[in-house]
Design a protein. Structure first.
Length: 288
């Protein structure tokens, strides 16, 4: 497969411009330049828009900002809207508090494979180091690596080996069946055609929790294989207070019911029961 396709990095954010600032800086440093960034803004204040506008003057690749009114946690909806505005054949979904390594886009490109999606992993930064980085306002990948060992000893980062050890692609990355474990919506990728085919994210899953597992399951039921992006695509997840999990149990119940019912794969394509998805918006943008 030719690997010269455009990649769209869809960055979800909500009222955390200090974190988004670091994430956008890390995307500025990518070794692979054949990508665009679409900020999926779930109703942030005006300071986020101003930040994106400042970066648009600096970015060597297209940087777009998609915003809607804040009426609560609607991550699935804003991701779908951002997907509509994207141009890439391959989509990487990233959270706005997840700093990427300089080879992040390149590693995802290497792992991309027809009829497959990739679920990446993350490295957790603790509160003290997160605050220091955000308050500094500057991201330096080399300096981060220099201090990672000391921060590991101090308990400010949960693992550091994947920062240096990168494992190649191979059959060992393929999952043989759907499993809920290790699905991280903050770092996952899929082909645009596959995302459109399943209707994107289920907008009926509002509030925090499990829209990512639902997304991966429906791709799985559509015949898309899942690959692990661990030890290749790790992101640096900045600390934040625990999100409200009021809606998590309800969302999990919806997803489990969908799994147990097992939607059918019919001759005309994948059939699923989802009332609120990508296809209810404007006609999806098809990229040839």
């Amino acid at each position: 497969m030719a690997h010269d396709f455009l990649i769209s990095v869809v960055v979800a954010t909500y009222n955390r411009p200090q974190a988004l600032n670091l994430v956008l800086q890390s995307l500025l440093l990518q070794q692979d330049k054949n990508f665009e960034v679409v900020v999926a803004d779930d109703g942030s204040r005006a300071d986020t828009q101003a930040l994106v506008q400042d970066f648009q003057k600096l970015f060597p690749v297209p940087l777009k900002h998609v915003w809607h009114e804040d009426t609560g946690f609607r991550l699935s909806l804003i991701r779908n809207k951002a997907t509509q505005k994207s141009e890439g054949r391959y989509l990487i979904y990233l959270d706005g508090d997840c700093i990427v390594q300089p080879d992040f886009v390149a590693r995802h490109r290497t792992l991309s494979q027809s009829n497959c999606m990739v679920t990446g992993s993350r490295i957790l930064l603790q509160e003290k180091w997160t605050i220091e980085l955000c308050e500094s306002g500057a991201w330096d990948a080399r300096e981060f690596l220099k201090t990672a060992w000391r921060q590991r000893i101090q308990g400010q980062i949960n693992k550091i080996a994947p920062l240096w050890i990168k494992l190649p692609d191979g059959q060992m990355r393929l999952y043989k069946r759907f499993v809920w474990r290790r699905i991280k919506g903050c770092n996952m990728a899929a082909w645009r055609d596959d995302v459109l085919r399943i209707g994107g994210f289920d907008e009926g899953l509002e509030g925090w929790g499990h829209e990512d597992a639902d997304f991966v399951f429906r791709l799985h039921q559509a015949g898309v294989k899942r690959k692990s992006g661990a030890w290749a695509t790790e992101v640096l997840h900045l600390w934040h207070p625990a999100a409200s999990k009021e809606s998590a149990a309800k969302n999990a119940e919806i997803v489990r019911a969908r799994i147990l019912k097992t939607p059918k794969i019919e001759s005309g394509g994948f059939k699923y029961e989802m009332q609120h998805g990508l296809t209810r918006h404007e006609t999806p943008r098809v990229v040839s």
